[in-house]
Design a protein around this ligand. Structure first.
Ligand code: OAD
Ligand code: ZN
Length: 241
C-alpha cells in the first residue's frame, strides 16, 4: 500500500494570517528568538516567555483554516492510514479544518503541560493563569506546550517511522532550517515541494550550497493555497498506482 509522508511548516498557515518565523515580516523580526524560544531564555525569564505564548494563543482564536488546510484534512479522510502528516506548526488550523491525525512535532499552543507529571491539558485560547494548576496532579509547575531550542523533541521519533512506511514525501511551507528536509527527501524516490520561494540549503560547510528544490522530484513554486490542485493531482496519481 502506498503511503504519503507530509511535513508542513509555518508557510501553510501564512495565508491564514499567522506570521512565519524567518520571512522578512516574520515573528522573529519582532522578538529575540533566543529569549522567547530557547531553554536559556526560559530559565532567565519565565514570565516573558509565558506572555509570548499567551499572545500567540490568543491570536489564534479568530484565525481560519485556508484551502490547503482543508485539502490536507480531506486527504486524510479520503485515504485513511495512507497519509502521515507531521506538522511543525503549533496552531490548530488543520484540526479546525477537520483533520484528526496530524502529529505536532513542536507541540500545541492550545494545551499547557505539567512539569511534574508531564501530562498536557487543553486551555483553548485563554492565557495561562498566574496560579495555573495541573488538573491531573495538582502541581502549580505548569508551562506552555511548545518545544524550545535546547530541549528534546520526542515527537521526532515519528519522522523515522514515517520514512520507513511511506514512498512519497511532501514538504509544504517550511524553510527546512529546523527539520532538514533535504536529508529527508533523499530517502525518497518521489517527492513534492511547495514553497513560493527558492530556499537555499546550507550544508554547514558554508561554501557548498544548492537550492532545496533541486533535491525534489516536483517543485510547485507557489503559495500553499495556489498549489492545492497541482499537489492533489500528483498525490492522487501516486496513490492510484
Ligand atoms: P519558517 O518561518 O522558517 O519558514 C517558512 C517558509 O514558508 C519559508 O520557506 C517561506 O518561503 C514559506 N512560505 C511563506 N509564505 C508561504 C505560503 N503562503 N505558502 C507556502 N509557503 C510559504 O518556518 P518553519 O520552517 O515552519 O519551531 O520553521 C520551523 C520551526 O522554526 C518552527 O516550527 C518553529 C521555529 O523554531 C518552534 O516554535 C518550536
Ligand atoms: Zn501534573
Amino acid at each position: 500500500m502506498h503511503k504519503v509522508m507530509i511535513i508542513s511548516g509555518a508557510g501553510l498557515s501564512a495565508e491564514s494570517g499567522i506570521s512565519t518565523f524567518r520571512d522578512s515580516d516574520g515573528l522573529w523580526e519582532n522578538y529575540d528568538v533566543m529569549t522567547v524560544c530557547s531553554t536559556q531564555g526560559w530559565m532567565q525569564d519565565r514570565q516573558l516567555v509565558t506572555d509570548f505564548y499567551n499572545a500567540r494563543r490568543e491570536d489564534l482564536e479568530d484565525k481560519k483554516p485556508n484551502a490547503m488546510h482543508r485539502a490536507l484534512a480531506a486527504l486524510e479522510e479520503k485515504y485513511p492510514d495512507q497519509i502521515i502528516h507531521l506538522t511543525q506548526n503549533v496552531d490548530n488550523l488543520l484540526e479546525k479544518a477537520g483533520a484528526k491525525e496530524v502529529l505536532h512535532l513542536h507541540g500545541t499552543l492550545t494545551d499547557l503541560r505539567c512539569e511534574e507529571c508531564h501530562q498536557t491539558f487543553y486551555v483553548g485560547y485563554r492565557a495561562q493563569k498566574e496560579d495555573e494548576q495541573c488538573p491531573h496532579c495538582g502541581s502549580y509547575s505548569v508551562r506552555h506546550n511548545v518545544v524550545m531550542f535546547g530541549e528534546s523533541a520526542p515527537m521526532y521519533q515519528h519522522i523515522y517511522r514515517a520514512i520507513d512506511e511511506s514512498d512519497l514525501f511532501i514538504a509544504i511551507g517550511t524553510s527546512g532550517q529546523v527539520i532538514d528536509i533535504v536529508a529527508l527527501v533523499q530517502e525518497f524516490e518521489h517527492s513534492i515541494l511547495v514553497n513560493p520561494k527558492q530556499e537555499r540549503h546550507t550544508t554547514g560547510f558554508g561554501d557548498f550550497e544548492k537550492n532545496i528544490d533541486a533535491y525534489f522530484e516536483h517543485f510547485i513554486q507557489a503559495k500553499a493555497t495556489d498549489a492545492v490542485d497541482e499537489m492533489l493531482e500528483y498525490i492522487e496519481e501516486h496513490l492510484g498506482r
